[in-house]
Write a protein that binds this ligand. Structure first.
Ligand SMILES: *Cc1c(COP(=O)(O)O)cnc(C)c1O
Length: 359
C-alpha cells in the first residue's frame, strides 16, 4: 500500500529539546489521515500536522463514537526504529471500533499508516535513554447529521508525540467503592472516549482527598479490584504475579500481556483471577511480601507505595530491584533492542522511498 506523503517545509525538529520533553501539546511535524466514506477507507495520506475542520453537527461531538489507541515507537540499539506490538494494538482498536459500531481498520491500512507516519517522522524518535515516540491512532465519527444514530462517515488519524521516561515515582491510591469505571455488559474493554470522561470526577475527588489515583473495583459488589487509574493493575504476592482477568470490564492492556509473558518466561507463577480488597487486606495483615503496580504504555510501570482500603492504609513494598522493576527493565531492554526480541514484538519500520511531495 502506497501512502502519499506531503512534507512540511517548516519542521519544528531542530528547535525541539529532547532532553526536556513536554509531553502533551508538542506533536511531531506530520500526521496521518484517512476518510471513511461510501463503505470504504480512502484518501490515506501523511501531511503536515495541523488542525482540521469538522461541522458542529459531527456525530463524534455528541454521541461518543470516538475510539483511540496508545502505542510507542522506539529507537533500537542498532539505530533502526521499531513499533512495539502493533498486531495487539490492531486487534484491540478493531474490538473497540466494533463495540462502538464503527468501521474496522484493515490490517494493511493500519500497518501502512503507522509505517508512513513513523517513517516520515523517524528523526523524532530520539535515542536518548527512556525516550520513545508515543503514537495515538484514533477514529472519530465526522458525519454532519444530528440525531442519535451510527455515523456513515469517519476519520482515522494518527498523531505522534515524543515522550520521555515517565518514572514519576510511586503513587498512593484509594480503593474506590462508590463510583464505577465500567459495568458488566458495558464498554470497559474498549478504548473509547466515554470511559475516560466518566472517570474524571471520581479521580478529582480522590485527588482532593490526597490520593494520586483510584483503584477501581467491579460495579456490582465493589469488592474486586479492576484497574489502577488508566492502567492495568498487578500484585506480586509472595512471588506470585496476580492480575484481574479480562472479563469485559477491564482493558486488555498490551503491557499487562507483556508483563505476564515475561513473568512466565522467568518461571514465575502468574494468576489471572479476581482479587478482592479483602484478600489484599488479609495478605497485608499476614505480613506477606507484596508489590503492587500499574502497567500501561504511557508510564510503562508505576509502583504503588500506599493503598487505602476503606480508610485503612497499607504499604506495598517498592524495591528498586524487585519483581516490578525487573519486569519493567526487561521489557524496556527488549523493545529497545538491547535484549533479544524472542516473542517477535518489535516491528522494524520500513522507511518510505523519498518520492514525496514537499509542501
Ligand atoms: C490503555 C489502557 C490500559 C493499558 O493498556 P496498554 O495497552 O498496556 O497501554 C489500561 N487501562 C486502561 C483503562 C487503558 O485505557
Amino acid at each position: 500500500m502506497n501512502i502519499p506523503v506531503t512534507r512540511t517545509h517548516n519542521s519544528r525538529l531542530a528547535a525541539y529539546d529532547f532532553s526536556n520533553i513536554q509531553f502533551g501539546p508538542n506533536p511531531t511535524d506530520h500526521l496521518f489521515t484517512a476518510d471513511y466514506q461510501d463503505g470504504e477507507w480512502q484518501q490515506a495520506e501523511v501531511k503536515p500536522f495541523g488542525a482540521f475542520l469538522i461541522s458542529p453537527l459531527a456525530l463524534c461531538l455528541h454521541y461518543g463514537q470516538t475510539v483511540f489507541e496508545g502505542m510507542k515507537a522506539f529507537r533500537l540499539a542498532d539505530g533502526r526504529v521499531s513499533i512495539f506490538r502493533r498486531d495487539k494494538h490492531l486487534i484491540r482498536i478493531n474490538r473497540s471500533l466494533e463495540r462502538m459500531c464503527m468501521p474496522a481498520l484493515p490490517e494493511e491500512l493500519f500497518y501502512a499508516a503507522l509505517d508512513a507516519l513513523v517513517g516520515t517522522d523517524a528523526d523524532w524518535v530520539s535515542g536518548l535513554p527512556g525516550n520513545a515516540l508515543y503514537l495515538r491512532p484514533m477514529v472519530i465519527a465526522i458525519e454532519a447529521r444530528l440525531g442519535v444514530m451510527e455515523a456513515r462517515q469517519y476519520k482515522f488519524l494518527i498523531v505522534a508525540l515524543p515522550m520521555a521516561n515517565y518514572y514519576e515515582g510511586t503513587v498512593n491510591v484509594k480503593v474506590e467503592t462508590e463510583y464505577t469505571r465500567a459495568a458488566k455488559g458495558g464498554a470497559g474493554f474498549a478504548k473509547c472516549g466515554g470511559n475516560y470522561g466518566g472517570a474524571f470526577l471520581p479521580t478529582r475527588l480522590a485527588r482532593a482527598a490526597g490520593f494520586d489515583q483510584v483503584l477501581w473495583t467491579d460495579g456490582e459488589s465493589h469488592r474486586y479490584i479492576e484497574e489502577s487509574g488508566t492502567m492495568n493493575v498487578m500484585f506480586a504476592i509472595n512471588g506470585t504475579l496476580i492480575t484481574p482477568p479480562l472479563n469485559g470490564t477491564i482493558l486488555d492492556g498490551v503491557n499487562r500481556d507483556s508483563m505476564l509473558t515475561l513473568a512466565r518466561d522467568r518461571g514465575m507463577t502468574t494468576e489471572e483471577r479476581p482479587i478482592s480488597y479483602q484478600e489484599l487486606e488479609t495478605a497485608f495483615k499476614n505480613g506477606d511480601t507484596i508489590e503492587a503496580f500499574g502497567v500501561g504504555t504511557a508510564a510503562v510501570l508505576t509502583q504503588i507505595r500506599e493503598i487505602d482500603i476503606l480508610g485503612q492504609r497499607y504499604f506495598p513494598a517498592t524495591p528498586p530491584a524487585g519483581i516490578a522493576a525487573t519486569l519493567r527493565d526487561e521489557l524496556n531492554a527488549i523493545r529497545t533492542g538491547r535484549q533479544p526480541d524472542r516473542h517477535g514484538w518489535n516491528h522494524v519500520v520500513v522507511m518510505a522511498e523519498k518520492a514525496e511531495i514537499t509542501e
